[in-house]
Design a protein around this ligand. Sequence first.
Ligand SMILES: NC(=O)c1ccc[n+]([C@@H]2O[C@H](COP(=O)([O-])OP(=O)(O)OC[C@H]3O[C@@H](n4cnc5c(N)ncnc54)[C@H](OP(=O)(O)O)[C@@H]3O)[C@@H](O)[C@H]2O)c1
Length: 277
Amino acid sequence: MKKAKSKDRILILGASGFLGGALYRELCHYYNTFGTFFTPTKELEKNHHFFHYDLEHDDLIEIIEAVKPSIIISALRGEFSSQIIAHSHLAEYARLHKTRVIFLSSANVFDAYSKYPSYEFDTTLSNSVYGHLKIKIENMLIKRLSKKQVTILRMPMVFGGTSPRLQEIRTSLKEKTPIEIFPNLIMNVTNESRVTQQVHYIINRKKYGIYHLGSKDLVHHDDFIKEIVTTLNHQKPIFKHVYTTNDDRYLAVLPKENKLPKHLQLYSQEIIEELEI
Ligand SMILES: NC(=O)c1ccc[n+]([C@@H]2O[C@H](COP(=O)([O-])OP(=O)(O)OC[C@H]3O[C@@H](n4cnc5c(N)ncnc54)[C@H](OP(=O)(O)O)[C@@H]3O)[C@@H](O)[C@H]2O)c1
């Protein structure tokens, strides 16, 4: 018997991208799911669940009003000041219509702290333009919307079979160009299959607040990349060691307050194992 779809209508901003696409493929079987794309393809243009959206020129509200979503997931990239304006319009719409907003944020909101991993309610502080952007949008959503309307998902680097990071490594191996490794960087990691399961659970259980979606264990960037290369069965990789500081530097988001159930947590080794399949 076919399972009835939930009444929730989901709009994924950036559904043509790596994570937005993975989320679309996971959620579309259970929810009425819609998405935006920026780079046109014949397939997306024909798909009635997809809308063309250029955040520098288009009015996001027109798309939101056409879809009337109960949940909006933001998985966008693009020019930073336009992202801020788009999210400000999005927040205003969500406030008026009581729409839930799920924002894909990043471990970079803590990239100014290097001595420890970071937890959900640590104060954010960034040295990077990207980190600043994420902090600004996080704060805007938290300030303008009610507590139960906002879910912030802070992710470390996402690896996995279809990730651009993996594709880059495969290309470097094929073209015999150097793969950058950061020996001083201690991080946690995740992959797209675990992120989509986590987001599905968060939607289904109406969870809100800040979630840190990194692996339970920490890894050195160089060790992890080398392990991936070994898994890809490559004999003569070229590595370029990049030292940004003399000391170890942490870029890791760990959960303390908002923990997901055990089966949705992961260890970095599971990412490697999934690549082996
Ligand atoms: N991947 C990671 O390791 C990682 C880690 C932490 C956080 N995040 C966050 O997760 C989110 C998704 O990341 P991702 O890796 O999936 O990115 P991605 O693959 O580059 O996808 C970005 C999406 O944004 C769309 N987009 C780009 N420029 C646009 C524009 N000018 N107007 C409208 N849409 C535009 C793209 O459309 P087209 O593809 O159609 O051009 C695509 O759908 C981002 O907010 C990112 O900061 C990612």
